[in-house]
Design a protein around this ligand. Structure first.
Ligand SMILES: Cc1ncc(COP(=O)(O)O)c(C=O)c1O
Length: 479
């Protein structure tokens, strides 16, 4: 069934929208921010022009012009019989945010994707896997918990990181996102409150939303976790579950230290919160840092998610879950209602890549260091008003813009051939228009080019828009 919002509710939400002259711009701006912040959820049918005209006590032309503007900006679609439906401009759609299956068009730079290209060594690992495949053909090829050799390799890596692990605690999945979907299916009920960091990984928000969890966000800022905000939220919200990324958090790249982990673990344990820790980025340590213990070493009931996508290659489509042994049976049961296992060839290839981890990853991390340096110096010279905290790892900078114009900048950048993921996409409960994720997974040359294009879009579109009453109020004018 299609979601709808009444004219009265829309008018009430717009009550706090900025006043603009002419009036239609104020209404368009207000609606755009409500959609971008998720307060009018995507896919919601807005009131008809006639209904909104009555509710707002304005002229019909005013509402018609506001809707027309929103359609032009990509925030509303109108289909025969469905009315005007809230959407985000294609630059900022949640669905395929992380991996755009289409190859980037020539001359265009896709910064919506924080995933590196396949490193040297992937093809060789596949060749070795192919040579081993005949040994597996006499069996039926279904491994719902994962190929034993890969479960062992993953368990070994946890042990190396300071967390003794039995291979029986590992479930191999088709990626970390699939791992989250399985965990949520097994352990999160409709209506459960789930605490997430704000910002957080957009597709995890989508997974939890589709499970009908009630999401609560806890701020983490440029200086990393004010763990007090998470701790306070655990106490106040009393969530049933929490989804956290203490290891090179996506998008901020921050690393939670051992003291913070210990303090948070204590509160989560006391609150009996099912703790899901996404460690997809854990191997992305660009700088030499002393890596804290895995979160599960502080909170043994933790469910940890892992991925081969960042350390090795997204095309493998392999991830995993590490659970306390007592949770394995319900996890496998949940998995079997979704799929029957991950592909054998890819699992074999990953065993080889993990055996060569230091070498494959070493090259990758050096390339990322160069790309990060190019992005940092480009931003410092061309967009000095943007602020960010240098992360020791991860795949992106989380930039704070001087004004809340992230979505508008994404629209302006698209016209210059740069695709951006605007801040609100990372917001579990709306907001974050003042932030932008800038991945450094492209080459240094592509990143320098992207920054120059963004600087031009910023200067012409956002900085110099005539007739601004308040820079905060009219981000749509960049278009
Ligand atoms: C935090 C986080 N979790 C999960 C994923 C998805 O990983 P996978 O490709 O293993 O499904 C990503 C990918 O960007 C991510 O950043």
């Amino acid at each position: 069934m299609q979601r709808q919002i009444s004219a009265e509710r829309t008018a009430a939400l717009l009550g706090t929208a900025p006043e603009r002259s002419p009036a239609y711009l104020g209404i368009a701006d207000g609606l755009r921010l409500l959609i971008a912040d998720g307060r009018i959820p995507l896919g919601t049918r807005l009131p008809s022009e006639r209904e909104l005209t009555l509710a707002l006590a304005v002229s019909r032309t005013t509402v018609t012009r506001a809707y027309t503007q929103l359609k032009e900006l990509g925030y509303l679609s109108s289909r025969q019989g469905s009315g005007s439906v809230a959407q985000l401009p294609t630059t900022a759609a949640v669905g395929d945010l992380l991996l755009n299956p289409e190859p980037a068009a020539p001359g265009r730079i896709d910064l919506t994707c924080a995933a590196p290209v396949g490193p040297t060594g992937v093809a060789a690992a596949y060749e070795k896997a192919l040579a081993e495949l005949p040994c597996h053909l006499p069996a039926n090829g279904y491994y719902p918990s994962g190929l034993p050799a890969l479960r062992e390799a993953v368990a070994r890596r946890y042990a190396e990181r300071g967390l003794p692990t039995d291979p029986e605690q590992i479930l191999i999945t088709s990626g970390a996102l699939s791992a989250l979907a399985i965990v949520v299916r097994a352990f999160v009920d409709t209506g459960d409150r789930v605490l997430m960091e704000s910002p957080t990984y957009p597709n995890a928000i989508a997974t939890l939303r589709s499970a009908k969890a009630r999401i609560a966000g806890a701020d983490i800022d440029q200086s990393g976790w004010a763990t007090s905000s998470l701790i306070d939220s655990v106490r106040q919200v009393r969530p049933a579950a929490a989804y956290l990324m203490p290891d090179f958090h996506n998008p901020t790249g921050q690393l939670m230290d051992d003291d913070q982990r210990a303090a948070l673990a204590t509160v989560l344990r006391r609150g009996k919160v099912l703790t899901i820790v996404d460690e997809s980025m854990v191997e992305m340590a660009i700088d030499e840092v002393e890596h804290p213990l895995p979160f599960a070493a502080h909170a043994p009931d933790t469910i940890s998610l892992g991925s081969a996508s960042k350390a090795f290659w997204g095309g493998l489509r392999i991830g995993w879950v590490r659970v306390p042994s007592s949770r394995m049976a319900p996890l496998v049961a949940a998995r079997l209602s979704l799929d029957l296992g991950a592909p054998v060839l890819e699992q074999l290839a990953l065993v080889h890549l993990m055996a060569d981890r230091e070498q494959v990853l070493g090259v990758r991390l050096r390339q990322l260091a160069e790309a990060r340096a190019a992005l940092v110096s480009g931003l410092a010279s061309e967009l000095p008003s943007w602020r960010f905290r240098m992360p020791a790892g991860g795949l992106s900078l989380w930039c704070e813009l001087p004004r809340p114009v992230s979505s508008s900048l994404a629209v302006a950048a698209e016209k210059r051939g740069v695709r951006l993921a605007a801040g609100p996409l990372f917001a579990p409960e709306g907001g974050l228009e003042r932030f932008l994720r800038m991945p450094f997974t492209q080459s240094p040359a592509a990143l320098s080019d992207a920054v120059s294009r963004l600087a031009a879009a910023w200067d012409e579109g956002v900085q110099q828009t005539p007739g601004r009453r308040s820079k905060q109020q009219d981000p749509a004018l960049v278009t």
